[in-house]
Design a protein around this ligand. Structure first.
Ligand code: F6P
Length: 356
């Protein structure tokens, strides 16, 4: 008989509730363990707040809404000075008398929780989630697939309005340090340019692509997908600071302004910007995210049953495995490698993916 805790930490994403549901189902049905939900991650730990999670606690006339609900029923925190309260959090954790803790988090949260677990001697198990898909040692993190689909849906819509008005549509997507989201969605959604943090772009390159589409193929519109942390090779205002937050406007608007003022294209282009923002974090989880979340939740409980702690469940080569959290933390956030096969694929499709 065990008493386990579960929390969600960092930015929310679709599929978190599926993972919570899977953990509770497996822990209850197979082991009859007590599962305590900890609200707002380390804040809940600090305040020693817990909610007893039951298998059918959220049933509505027999319907279990957790599979299809975005967000997290446990709440989450994305900022804070958690480590400043490390000793209090560790003392609170001890007071809760948990046998193990399952943390569903991205690279930032897992680094903090791993540190707390080492200091406090916790039996920690991690489940990867993030729409950025930049947690190392796993091919998939919960939320990524749904976010890609959300962006592709937006690109489908934006393509038709761009085409109707012969416009350049600049679409800013999330991804401060990693461009996996922009790259996957850009290819699947038919982008002409994909600008990501890992591969510097030049405005000459972007405008050359737009000109080529017009002059060579007679195409009068273009779709430019921009990760919010995209960087340019020859613009010192961004390259020096390496920080998109230093811009007075968002990266999408910045690039739109650059396109508009580019000398060879002046007065020829009508440019519009769409910032998808937190729409990418919401929504009904895709089938793939539901599957990953369910398989991850089941595997996390299995690890606790085997008392094999300090591991993160991960997706590798079509199956769920587990990897040491310490290795994940050391290698995250995982950038898009310049020789990434999707970068090569995009370029072979004639998409401009930075200068390289
Ligand atoms: O970590 C995921 C992410 O979606 C980033 O891509 C984005 O920059 C960030 O979270 C925004 O988070 P928030 O607005 O919640 O601080």
């Amino acid at each position: 008989q065990k008493r386990i805790g579960i929390l969600t930490s960092g930015g929310d994403c679709p599929g978190l509730n599926c993972a919570i549901r899977a953990v509770v189902s497996h822990a209850k049905l197979q082991h009859d363990w007590e599962v305590l939900g900890i609200p707002y991650a380390t804040q809940g730990l600090l305040e020693r707040k817990t909610t007893l999670l039951n298998l059918h606690g959220l049933d509505l006339r027999g319907i279990d809404p957790l599979l299809s609900m975005g967000g997290t029923i446990l709440g989450s925190i994305n900022k804070g000075d958690t480590l400043a309260h490390a000793s209090e959090i560790i003392a609170s954790y001890r007071a809760l008398a948990l046998d193990a803790l399952i943390a569903i988090g991205g690279d930032g949260s897992l680094a903090i929780l791993h540190q707390l677990a080492c200091q406090g001697n916790w039996n920690l198990i991690a489940i990867p989630k993030t729409i950025d898909n930049d947690v190392a040692l796993t091919e998939r993190a919960i939320g990524f697939d749904t976010a890609v689909n959300t962006i592709v849906d937006a690109l489908n819509r934006l393509t038709f309005t761009a085409a109707s008005h012969d416009r350049v549509m600049v679409v800013e997507v999330m991804g401060r340090t990693a461009g996996h989201l922009a790259l996957h969605a850009g290819i699947a959604g038919g982008a002409d340019c994909i600008l990501i943090p890992e591969i510097p772009y030049s405005i000459d390159g972007v405008c050359h692509q737009i000109s080529e589409l017009r002059d060579r193929w007679g195409r009068k519109f273009a779709i430019v997908v921009v990760a919010e942390g995209a960087k340019t090779a020859n613009d010192s205002s961004i390259a020096e600071t390496q920080n998109f937050a230093s811009l007075e406007c968002g990266m999408g608007q910045y690039i739109a302004n650059q396109i508009k003022s580019h000398n060879t294209l002046t007065d020829r282009l009508d440019v519009r910007v769409s910032i998808l923002g937190h729409i990418q974090r919401g929504g009904i989880p895709s089938a793939l995210d539901r599957l990953s979340a369910t398989a991850f939740g089941k595997a996390a409980v299995d690890l606790i049953a085997r008392e094999q702690y300090g591991q993160m469940v991960a997706w590798q080569n079509g199956r769920v495995v587990d990897v040491p959290i310490v290795d994940v933390v050391a290698r995250s956030p995982l950038p898009v490698a310049p020789d990434n096969y999707l970068v090569q694929t995009a370029r072979c499709m004639g998409i401009y993916v930075g200068d390289g």
